[in-house]
Design a protein around this ligand. Structure first.
Ligand SMILES: C[S@@+](CC[C@H](N)C(=O)[O-])C[C@H]1O[C@@H](n2cnc3c(N)ncnc32)[C@H](O)[C@@H]1O
Length: 261
């Protein structure tokens, strides 16, 4: 696996916590039937599995632009179809009843164009369901940007902070979809995950948001970067009554249903 590809094993280390928002997003999808479902940015298939369980008999297709993630998803759900594809270029062959994207669209640019485009590909009455982390201003993400400006790492990872799309305000997503929608439901939740140590917080973000920062570094530089980042994480997250650290993780949810006619 290329160093710059996702690491499904690392990603799955916090699978229960990462899948909780996926479940809560799906719980707000009120469709009783769906024949065609697309899971955009399906990762190792954890979100796809929820869709398969909820909509028995539906054709569920997972897409991702990581070969490693797709290999892991295929192993998990051999009966499902998985396709290598960039969401920015993705077009369904037939209008889906549900487009579901859990923790994926924050990696794709230009939401002002992307979301209305995805919404228009739905079948009449179809649903677009999206969850994205909204944690750019949390210590985890502020500190990775901060350490990235320091020597000796700055020259190798100057662009890391711009890889991830700056997501819009909730009301902006509402405005993007409301004109063509029968219903738009947007909300934000800040999960609070108890973590054992600063190293566990680093391990969590190492599987996702920290990748563009550490992947371009040589192993010697990477070690130094991670040590300095962990030192700052330890100062930012203070032990609670049980000595554990509370990782606050705000997430933004959008569920929009197209008009039936
Ligand atoms: C944080 S994981 C989410 C996985 C899964 N959906 C879940 O609920 O846990 C994000 C996934 O989006 C994929 N991804 C990121 N940018 C993408 C793009 N432009 N096109 C397709 N997939 C993308 C990554 O490869 C990764 O598997």
């Amino acid at each position: 696996m290329a160093d710059s590809d996702w690491n499904p094993e690392l990603y799955r280390r916090f699978e229960d916590e990462r899948t909780r928002p996926a479940r809560e997003l799906l719980a707000r999808v009120t469709l009783t039937r769906a024949a065609r479902i697309c899971d955009l940015g399906c990762g190792p298939g954890n979100s796809t599995e929820l869709l398969v369980e909820r909509f028995r008999g539906a054709q569920v297709v997972g897409t991702d632009n990581s070969k490693a993630m797709l290999a892991s998803a295929r192993k998990r759900l051999p009966a499902c179809r998985f396709e290598l594809c960039d969401i920015a270029q993705w077009q369904p062959s037939e209008p889906p009843d549900l487009i579901y994207a859990n923790a994926a669209l924050q990696w794709v640019a230009d939401h002002e164009t992307l979301l209305p485009r995805l919404f228009k590909t739905l079948a009449p009455g179809g649903v677009l369901a999206i969850q994205m982390p909204d944690n750019r201003d949390e210590p985890t993400h502020r500190l990775m940007r901060e350490v990235a400006t320091l020597d000796p790492w700055a020259s190798s990872i100057a662009r890391a902070a711009i890889v991830r799309t700056k997501i819009l305000a909730l009301h902006a997503y509402y405005d993007l979809l409301a004109a063509d929608a029968a219903e738009v439901d947007v909300w934000r939740t800040a999960y609070q995950h108890p973590m054992d140590t600063p190293a566990a917080i680093v391990e969590w973000v190492r599987g996702t948001g920290l990748r563009p920062f550490v992947d371009p570094l040589t192993s010697a530089y990477r070690e130094g970067f991670l040590a300095e980042y962990e030192r700052r994480i330890a100062l930012a997250y203070l032990p609670r009554a049980d000595r554990r650290l509370l990782l606050a993780f705000p997430r933004l949810f959008i569920v929009a249903r197209r008009r039936a006619t």
